[in-house]
Write a protein that binds this ligand. Sequence first.
Ligand SMILES: C[S@@+](CC[C@H](N)C(=O)[O-])C[C@H]1O[C@@H](n2cnc3c(N)ncnc32)[C@H](O)[C@@H]1O
Length: 359
Amino acid sequence: MSTVEETVEIDGDKLMQFVFRSVGEVGATLNTALVVMGDKLGLYRALAGAGPLSAAELAERTGTSERYVREWLNAQAAGGFVEYDPESSRYTLPPEQAAALTDPDSPAYLPGFFQIALGAVLDSPKIVEAAREGAGFGWHEHVPDVFDGCERFFRTGYNANLTSAWLPALDGVVAKLERGPAVADVGCGHGASTILMAQAFPNSTFTGSDYHAGSIETARRRAQEAGVAGRVRFETDPAAAYNGAGYDLVTTFDCLHDMGDPVGAARHVRGTLKPDGTWMIVEPQAGDRVEDNLNPVGRAYYAFSTLLCTPASLSQEVGLALGAQAGEARIGDIVRAGGFTRFRRAAETPFNAVFEARP
Ligand SMILES: C[S@@+](CC[C@H](N)C(=O)[O-])C[C@H]1O[C@@H](n2cnc3c(N)ncnc32)[C@H](O)[C@@H]1O
């Protein structure tokens, strides 16, 4: 048998455009590590509001090595993260970058986004191996930057939206929370959402749970630090078997798609809710079709899904592997398979979709 090879014409201009675009991509990939470096060494915080600083001044203020700081600053200047003045050889962090890189209360606070991305990349050799066989890689197996980055990234969105927009979008839930019901926050990680709700609704009691014992230990510490430990309990449990019953509200924040058996989890949620209770499901924003998600947010989520969410689900029983871009139709199917009869999109942001499920 012989094969005839098709001749493919290469457009030289398009090829060079792709090569130069890739230079930008590699610079951005490396900058993820540099942003985390700047965050951990306090470089952005020392630059914020300080006016123009030389590399030596920044190194002195942060107790770091001037030679590293100078190289880091030049990379930051080349990427537009800081501004460089050639006359004085000084560097300035513009106020917008200062807000996004140093103010944890800003709705645009970004270091956690970079930190979870760096953690995901650090673990990527293990995902390469898992992909050969279709094996899973559990959430609990990742480096700490994944857990800490996840907490910091998601907390920013919860601070900006949870009590002001998402809970009010659910039918009658805020009125109930003010009266003081019991709430279960399932797959709670470091408990950012649980603690925020506990601070907003002092009459209610909250049980956060997650299958990852290390995350639950951190969540307990966070609750102590926030002064809500008396009303918030954290327990290490999988979503299909967390404790308690008669909940008015069950919440799952950015975790349903990470579970191996989301239908089993949905059934358990249904069984632990009061007949008139509510399940709030926060999931990554996504359209139902691949072509709906071919945009910068979808790109980041498909990448996180390849490196974190899909392997996490595959590591568990059933291993449904919904992926982080499952979309409303598939989430609705899961919810209905779990025994819920009502399902709707209640709120959304460019990053999250918030669904309300009722028995
Ligand atoms: C992307 S993180 C989100 C954490 C937290 N909800 C937040 O918003 O910060 C996904 C979480 O789901 C948890 N998880 C994955 N599978 C689980 C399961 N079967 N039962 C309970 N938690 C699970 C992971 O341990 C992880 O903490």
